[in-house]
Design a protein around this ligand. Structure first.
Ligand SMILES: [Zn+2]
Ligand SMILES: [Zn+2]
Length: 263
C-alpha cells in the first residue's frame, strides 16, 4: 500500500533523524573550509593564496547551504498540512495522521493498538468486569478478554448489547481452586540447588531436603507445596523445571476454594 496513512509523529521523527545528519555534515564542511581560510596563508604558496581562499569561501557557502536546506526541510514537515486527527476508541486521545489510517496503528497517547478490518476501524464496546466492576473498552470482534485489573479472563457474548462480562468458566474455575505441586524427579547435576529450593519452600534443613529429593519418583511423587493458587503453583513448577526437575501441578484433593489472601 503506497498511500497508507502515516503518523505525523513518525514522519517528524524520521525527518529529524535524516535532517540532523545532513545539518551536521553541512556544518562540518563549513567549519573545515573556514579553518583553511584562516590557516591557508601559512601553508599555501603566496601566489595561490587568493584562489585557495576563494575556493574555501565557496566551501563555507556550500556547507551552510546544506545545513540550511536540511533545516528547512525538517521545519516544512513540522508545518505540513493537513494533519488528520484520529480519535483513539480506548482513551479518546488524538493521534495525528497524514491521510486517514486504514490499518492497525498504535495510539500515541495510550500505546494500545487500534484495530482495523477491511479498512474500517473496529468499533469498541464498553464491558464491565463482573468480578471487579472495572469498565473496559473492547473491540467488537473479540470474544475473550482478560481484565487487566483483576486478571480474570472474561467471556464476551456475541450479543453486542452485553454490558457485564462474567468471568470465563473453565479458566475461572482453574483460578478459584488450590493446587498441589508434586516433585517426580530431579536432575542430579542440580541436586544442591534443587534441595536448597525445597529447603526454602518446605522450611526443612538441607539434609532433609536432600532426602525428600532422593525419595521422589514417578510412583511416589513428593508433594512440595500444598493448596497454592494456580499462579503460585505454576511459578513453582517453572522454578523447578529450570533446574531440570520434573514436577506436576494437580488440583488439591479436597478441592478447597482458594483463600483470598495475597490478592
Ligand atoms: Zn489511546
Ligand atoms: Zn476485573
Amino acid at each position: 500500500m503506497t498511500d497508507e496513512a502515516v503518523k505525523v509523529i513518525d514522519v517528524k521523527e524520521r525527518t529529524w533523524t535524516d535532517s540532523i545528519g545532513s545539518i551536521l555534515v553541512g556544518i562540518a564542511i563549513a567549519l573545515i573550509a573556514g579553518l583553511f581560510i584562516y590557516f591557508g596563508k601559512f601553508i599555501i604558496p603566496p601566489h595561490l593564496v587568493k584562489t585557495f581562499t576563494f575556493i574555501m569561501y565557496i566551501g563555507v557557502a556550500v556547507g551552510i547551504g546544506i545545513a540550511a536546506v536540511a533545516t528547512f526541510q525538517a521545519t516544512r514537515v513540522e508545518k505540513k498540512e493537513p494533519n488528520i486527527p484520529v480519535t483513539c476508541p480506548y482513551c479518546d486521545g488524538t493521534s495525528l495522521f497524514f491521510g486517514y489510517p486504514t490499518t492497525d496503528f498504535v495510539c500515541d497517547v495510550c500505546s494500545r493498538t487500534v484495530h482495523f478490518q477491511d479498512g474500517q476501524m473496529i468499533p469498541v464496546r464498553r464491558i464491565v468486569c463482573q468480578a471487579c466492576k472495572t469498565e473496559h473498552r473492547v473491540p467488537m470482534n473479540l470474544n475473550r478478554y482478560v481484565c487487566d485489573r483483576c486478571n480474570r479472563p472474561l467471556r464476551l457474548s456475541a450479543d453486542l448489547t452485553q454490558k457485564v462480562a462474567a468471568a470465563s468458566n473453565a479458566l475461572n474455575e482453574a483460578m478459584m481452586h488450590n493446587y498441589d505441586v508434586l516433585l517426580i524427579s530431579y536432575d542430579r547435576r542440580h541436586e544442591t540447588a534443587t534441595a536448597m529450593k525445597i529447603q526454602n519452600i518446605m522450611t526443612v534443613n538441607l539434609p532433609d531436603a536432600r532426602k525428600i529429593l532422593q525419595s521422589a519418583s514417578e510412583q511416589a511423587p513428593i508433594p512440595i507445596a500444598w493448596g497454592e493458587p494456580l499462579r503460585k503453583a505454576e511459578a513453582l513448577r517453572r522454578q523447578f523445571e529450570e533446574l531440570g526437575a520434573t514436577v506436576s501441578v494437580k488440583p488439591s484433593a479436597d478441592g478447597t476454594p482458594m483463600s483470598t489472601s495475597g490478592r
